[in-house]
Write a protein that binds this ligand. Sequence first.
Ligand SMILES: [Zn+2]
Length: 214
Amino acid sequence: MGPALHPERDLLLVVDPQPTFMALCPAELPVPGAEAVIPVINRILAGPIARAVVTQDWHHPQHLSFASQHPGRAPLEQVELPYGPQTLWPDHGVRATPGAAIHPALDQAKVVLVLRKGFRRTIDSYSAFRENDRATGTGLAEWLRAVGVRRLFIAGITRPYCVDWTAEDALAAGFETWLVEDACARLGPDALLAASRARLAAAGLRFTRADDLI
Ligand SMILES: [Zn+2]
């Protein structure tokens, strides 16, 4: 039995449901199994939740999170950028490319805002709320407050990066925040995911499953 949903106070935040993170785009940043979250998210959207926001990774073609912009470096290595350590990735989410589109199978009927992030060439943005310099806001918290949202359910791609960073910042912004665990893709070793989950639980994150929202 999950939380009873309120049409205005509750919102589903869908992080980066984009082909660039799926097997559809093998030369970009495919996350194993990521496409499987789309039907789970659609099931939630077919239920009582009334509104959703979708984020899109929307990078400059020479974005500094791309290993291709750092000669001699490979994806998953870390570099030091002016704002601190940054993991390098294969080229992905390049603005206005097919891979950066919202996945065509996602049901957008309840999507009331599409937020593009990571569009500054020199700053990455995992979180939907704050860029990776931890200082540049995206405006999402203010927008959510303006439309009356108090509680967020987060799903999408991928833990423990964009999804977990978004959850952390949602809590910091004062929203009651739930992670829909079976509606999130996962990348990397179990230990890293478990450490992130424990840290977020200690910060007040709650966990639920799609069936509890339907
Ligand atoms: Zn990205």
